[in-house]
Design a protein around this ligand. Structure first.
Ligand code: MG
Length: 369
């Protein structure tokens, strides 16, 4: 049963190239399946989320992170009466625009582009992937996704200004995205906040005393678990506490959003679009915990000394390869050389690099340096 403010697939603004309906899958289900079958989606497996393969094979990569976001987003969407098919498609596609080497890679690619008067943005890149780079159909380029998926790719985590991005005018930049898209950004945060605590703890980069001291929400649950299971190994107590933290964030997001929808008297998907603020929110108390988590991970994990050498290597690899292809465009593969006839060379190089997996870019770097 869909809530009155959910997006209905029958109200979709549709695809760029009209297609006959499928006998038993609706358009958002088909879009979800198209994303899963895309090459860019499969490459997520070999892209760093936070930890490279050097650390461990069971830490999250971009693909397993994406699956966790999807699971969390589905649960929340179901409880809010939103369109779960749309949410699932949006969650699965939300990170396909990320370059290799996680955020270090993204920063380096953006820096290289800025030297030539351009920039790199992973949401805009994701749109280029689904609109242009994926080649699966004889009748058109790209995946021909419905409007709501493309809109969600652009708007789930960022408000682009219509004056700075006239090319995005069709995505109704003066309106907020539907709840289904708003939800992705916070489901993403719930997923990485908890997963990065998990992997960071397992990697011994953050310790139990550090987490207990800095995160009151974790500490409260950890005490509860200690009272329940006094003789259990520490790692299992950690797991028990962490799953309670995840549950607290998910429940909080459902409750905060429900309360917000009622208070704002939201009756339709159109009300959501026209409301002055985004409506998917955590209640105030839980938002404090979420921000504490984020800050803790920034200081003690993402910007830790331990991860620095790897980030520096990532930046070097991207910087040097980018510069190499600027100097020697003839070293690009034929398809990309062809593209330089239509697009500026830095953009073509950027598209090539952004699509690479961690090990492919390292191979390229070895080959050309
Ligand atoms: Mg993500």
């Amino acid at each position: 049963m869909l809530a009155p403010y959910a997006v209905r697939v029958d109200d979709s603004r549709g695809r760029r190239h009209p297609e006959p309906p499928h006998p038993y899958r609706n358009d958002y289900q088909r879009d979800r399946d198209r994303v899963v079958h895309a090459r860019a989606f499969r490459r997520l497996e070999a892209k760093t989320q936070v930890f490279s393969r050097r650390y461990s094979d069971h830490f999250r990569n971009r693909l397993t992170h994406t699956i966790e976001v999807t699971q969390i987003a589905r649960t929340i969407a179901g409880q809010l009466g939103l369109n779960v098919d749309l949410v699932e498609a949006l969650a699965l596609v939300h990170d396909v625009g990320h370059p290799p080497f996680g955020h270090a890679g993204e920063r380096a690619l953006d820096a290289a582009m800025r030297q030539h008067g351009h920039f790199f943005d992973h949401n805009l890149h994701a749109l280029r992937i689904v609109e242009d780079f994926e080649m699966r159909y004889a009748a058109f380029r790209g995946l021909n996704l419905t409007f709501e998926i493309r809109e969600g790719i652009i708007k789930h985590s960022h408000d682009y200004s219509a004056t700075e991005h006239p090319e995005l005018a069709e995505y109704l930049l003066d309106q907020h995205p539907p709840l289904e898209a708003q939800l992705i950004d916070l489901a993403d945060e719930i997923a990485y906040n908890t997963a990065d605590l998990d992997d960071g703890f397992e990697a011994h980069l953050i310790t139990l005393p550090m987490i207990r001291k800095n995160l009151p929400v974790f500490e409260a649950f950890f005490r509860e678990v200690e009272a329940l299971y006094p003789n259990t190994p520490e790692k299992l107590k950690f797991n028990e506490a962490l799953k309670r933290v995840l549950n607290r964030f998910v429940t909080g997001l459902i409750e905060g959003t429900n309360a917000n929808l009622q208070q704002a008297n939201i009756q339709s998907a159109d009300d959501v679009r026209r409301h002055p603020q985004r409506l998917v929110v955590f209640p105030k108390g839980i938002d404090v915990d979420r921000l504490a988590c984020k800050k803790f991970l920034h200081t003690n994990l993402y910007f830790s000394k331990a991860l620095e050498p790897e980030k520096e290597e990532a930046e070097l690899v991207i910087r040097e390869l980018f510069a190499h292809w600027i100097r020697r465009p003839s070293d690009l593969p034929t398809a990309y050389r062809e593209k330089t006839k239509e697009e500026p060379l830095p953009r073509v190089i950027c598209d090539y690099i952004a699509g690479m997996t961690d090990h492919f870019i390292l191979e390229q770097h070895k080959k050309f340096s």
